[in-house]
Design a protein around this ligand. Sequence first.
Ligand SMILES: [Zn+2]
Length: 174
Amino acid sequence: MSEEKKRLADGNRRFISKHGAELDKHIAGQNPFAAVLTCSDSRVPPELIFDVGIGEIFVVRDAGNIAIDPSEIGSLEYAVEHLRVPLIVVMGHTCCGALNAAENGPGDSSCVGEIVNEIRCCFGESDHLRANVRMQIAHLMERSQAISKAVKDGTLKIMGAVYHLEDGTVEFLN
Ligand SMILES: [Zn+2]
């Protein structure tokens, strides 16, 4: 077994010894109180940052916390339409590699290039980190009828946030 696989398997055993007793109650379904779209960065784990347990938040992650593909948007639509979450948080973070690549990296035609180009759309504004969060909220509203309808109906709120990985604080933007 590779060292990395062993670390994962060992961790899973620790997880089961810690949480095994409570897993039964989650089998019937999930009822998260919020959905979070955030960056895949390994330093930004939403369940730890918000100190929540199994079944409490519905998480979608990609590099740059962008709402560009049916996979991300559809996942959030599922949370809104089927799980009835009343809140989506779109959360960027300081020291973001995707944002840094958009600011400083060359453009390219790979899938990474698509992420970078999506983030660059907000570069008319000076604060790229917060502008990207706000732009992704706007894109969610534009690109998803289900989400924009739920917001208009008053059953869903979408909130922006920035996680400061220097001290662990989450700054809510609105
Ligand atoms: Zn990031």
